[in-house]
Design a protein around this ligand. Structure first.
Ligand code: ADP
Ligand code: MG
Length: 399
């Protein structure tokens, strides 16, 4: 990592190159980072093996190698003055390699902690932030230890790493069911968590600079369906002030404790007894923060650019009420039909305040995130009314 505290300004000529920002991963989050970076005049370089990756399409440079490919990493470093990541499972060793020679944010260490649910929850505890009771299961001894803890049941067994969108999770109602559940996960490192009675789920995006300064976006209320985020609503005042304060303070303590640099999303559960419990963190912009693109004066991707380049972090401001609807590949398929059809975008876009974001993925598949729709308006009831019309047009279940 460079020790200089000078901002990496766009257009600067370093070694005869335009100032180029690198990103590990070419998914939709990388694409939206690239859009923000380019808007500010930066060049971009994306490393992703997929020739048709959403970010690869729109970047100045696309390095089409595996994430651990030495030549690919060398090329990314040669092109880029600073490098960020856009998906959680970027191999930490690749980030260590990059971090030895370039500014990398978030750091390999922070990403490695976020990649492992046991390390992640241990970090939460160390920061004094409550999470669900849990037991790591990485051995037969720990399996037995988990079975002996009645207060962990009913629970959810989750793979310690590589899980996303609810994948790699099994409900376990009774201790006797645990061995079979772990077997079903092929006995990979796992974590058993107590299943909590949720009133609702929320998340917050915090941004921390190299100098330790932190800003945050408003708190998002999230609705998941089948383990995948479906709807995010952001309406100032919708979340009780005491809970909101606690969410922000907890997320900032978690970022501070990691000496984090970049955009961090922290997801929380609000329990039926109004207790706040942290669930997990994502060391990058997050699906639940997409509303910032149209409802705030700066988006989470703008702030990712600023934090990576040591530009000032100003507190973002929400100027519109917002609802974000995820557009999954399911919408391309009518019931019982196998042939994909384009959703009714023209009809949808007759509605006020609808901002359509599509990620340029070539093939719609059920459960695949193809895009999102941000609906903005002057107040939450008008936005909700438009969102329900949008759901009806697109075939999304009402909420
Ligand atoms: P992923 O990494 O796949 O997003 P999460 O741990 O966030 O995994 O779990 C996905 C969803 O499952 C959560 O958003 C929540 O709805 C539910 N869930 C996860 N853990 C618990 C828990 N301990 N108690 C109740 N619900 C949970
Ligand atoms: Mg989650």
């Amino acid at each position: 990592m460079t020790s200089s505290s000078k901002a990496l300004l766009p257009g600067q000529n370093i070694n005869g190159q335009q100032t180029t920002l690198g990103v590990m991963g070419g998914g939709q989050l990388g694409r939206m980072f690239v859009h923000s970076a380019q808007q500010m005049g930066y060049f971009t370089a994306v490393l992703d093996p997929d020739v048709s990756s959403p970010a690869g399409w729109v970047s100045h440079y696309h390095i089409e190698t595996d994430y651990l490919d030495e030549a690919g990493l060398a090329q990314l470093m040669q092109r880029s003055v600073a490098i960020t990541t856009e998906f959680e499972n970027v191999p930490a060793p690749a980030l260590y390699t990059l971090g030895a020679q370039r500014t990398v944010a978030p750091s390999a260490r922070a990403v490695a902690i976020a990649q492992n649910r046991v390390k992640e929850k241990t970090h939460f505890r160390n920061c004094g932030v409550a999470c669900a009771a849990f037991q790591a299961i990485e051995s037969e001894e720990q399996l037995n230890l988990a079975m002996s803890q009645a207060d962990l049941f009913p629970g959810i067994l989750k793979t310690a790493s590589m899980g996303y969108d609810g994948k790699g999770q099994i409900s376990v109602n009774h201790p006797d069911d645990l061995p079979q559940a772990w077997q079903a996960l092929k006995k990979v490192d796992a974590i058993l968590e107590k299943k909590l009675a949720l009133a609702y789920e929320c998340s917050v995006i915090v941004v921390r600079g190299f100098d330790g300064q932190m800003v945050h976006f408003p708190i998002q209320k999230n609705l998941h369906r089948d383990g995948i985020l479906a709807v995010t609503e952001v309406d100032p005042g919708a979340i009780e002030a005491t809970i909101a304060d606690q969410v922000i303070q907890s997320a900032k303590a978690i970022a501070q404790g990691l000496d984090y640099v970049g955009v961090l999303c922290v997801e929380f559960f609000v329990l039926e007894n109004n207790q706040l419990v942290v669930n997990e963190m994502a060391p990058r912009p997050h699906n639940s923060g997409h509303y910032t693109m149209n409802a705030c004066d700066f988006s989470q991707f703008d702030m990712q650019v600023r934090s990576l380049t040591r530009l000032p972090l100003v507190q973002p401001r929400q100027h519109s009420s917002a609802i974000m609807l995820n557009l999954l590949g399911d919408l391309w398929f009518k019931e019982n039909e196998e042939i994909a059809k384009t959703p009714a975008w023209a009809e949808l876009l007759t509605l006020p305040g609808c901002h359509l974001h599509l990620y340029g993925k070539l093939e719609p598949r059920k459960g695949r995130k193809m895009g999102h729709l941000n609906i903005t308006g002057p107040n939450s009831s008008e936005v909700k009314a438009v969102a329900l019309k949008a759901c009806a047009i697109l075939g999304i279940q009402a909420f």
